[in-house]
Ligand binder design. Structure first.
Ligand SMILES: *[C@@H]1O[C@H](CO)[C@@H](O)[C@H](O)[C@H]1NC(C)=O
Ligand SMILES: *[C@@H]1O[C@H](CO)[C@@H](O)[C@H](O)[C@H]1NC(C)=O
Length: 263
């Protein structure tokens, strides 16, 4: 994916540029999270502060988190795929919900690297990709448990995949707030649509440990790093929440194994 455009991003700091794995996308993502933090009450009335203490997120933190990853996308690249909307069927389909403040519709620091890994695992011509649309991925919606409109769009896309592409193996995936969207959407599905899901892959899940609708747990792979406060039900963005690009190959292998399973 278009990593060369990285070099044209002039406002990125020289120090960060010294590490080619640190991208403006990731830095911008963090800045946006920090800027939006602390503004929205949760439904229970307690503050959703999304604090960055005790370990502030900065470009050095990002550098450590994504060092060595390939496929991360620049802020503003707005990497978008709409294969299901466009009725493009392939043997394998990924529907992906991005994290808070990431660009539509595939995000920056997990979605595009995951797709690259799926391309490599299944073969580029065998992979259809659909991002969740009508989904602001805003911090306030993280604070209320995940975007309601994004969740509704994802549920509709799952149903549409089953009717348009009945022979595809469907993987439903999300990162951060995108995982909340996956949980919410799954709880809205019919039994038929639920059964159509072949695998679920969750990176940095705020709802870790909660069911994914009625999807059986053997179909679900949840990646939560030690020390990821978001996975622990908190609101603090720490380095372990930013480094899921390192897990995409393993999760692509999980999706492949699921696609070959008989149930
Ligand atoms: C990219 O996404 C951002 C965030 O939603 C939006 O503000 C911007 O207009 C988009 N840019 C393009 C070229 O679509
Ligand atoms: C995956 O393969 C498709 C089809 O060749 C390509 O367009 C895309 O850039 C590849 N990678 C990602 C991250 O989409």
């Amino acid at each position: 994916m278009k990593l060369h455009t990285f070099l044209t991003f002039s406002s990125f700091s020289a120090a960060a540029l010294a590490n080619p794995a640190v991208t403006p996308a990731a830095v911008a993502d963090h800045q946006a999270i920090q800027e939006r933090a602390g503004t929205t009450p949760t439904p229970t009335g307690t503050a959703c502060t999304a604090t960055t203490s005790p370990a502030p997120v900065n470009s050095a933190t990002l550098a450590a988190a994504v060092a060595g990853c390939v496929g991360i996308q620049l802020a503003g690249t707005n990497d978008t795929r709409n294969d299901i909307v466009n009725k493009i069927c392939k043997p394998f389909t990924l529907i992906f919900a991005r994290g808070t403040s990431e660009d539509p519709n595939l995000g920056n620091i997990v979605g595009p690297p995951f797709i690259d890994a799926l391309n490599a695992t299944f073969g580029t011509n065998n992979v259809a990709v659909q991002g969740v649309n009508n989904y602001p991925a805003s911090a306030p919606e993280f604070c209320i448990g995940g975007s309601p409109e994004g969740s509704q769009n994802l549920a509709q896309l799952i149903s549409q995949t089953r009717t348009e592409c009945p022979n595809t193996k469907l993987c439903v995936s999300g990162y951060s707030q995108g995982c909340q969207v996956v949980h919410n959407a799954a709880s809205q599905l019919s039994a038929t649509d639920t059964a159509f899901i072949n695998s679920v892959v969750l990176f940095g899940d705020p709802d870790q440990g909660k069911p994914v609708g009625k999807v059986p747990s053997y179909k679900v792979s949840t990646d939560c790093h030690a020390g990821d406060n978001i996975c622990a039900g908190g609101e603090t963005i720490l380095e372990p929440h930013l480094s899921y690009c390192h897990d995409v190959a393993a999760e692509a292998a999980f999706a492949k194994a699921r696609s070959l399973a008989s149930n």
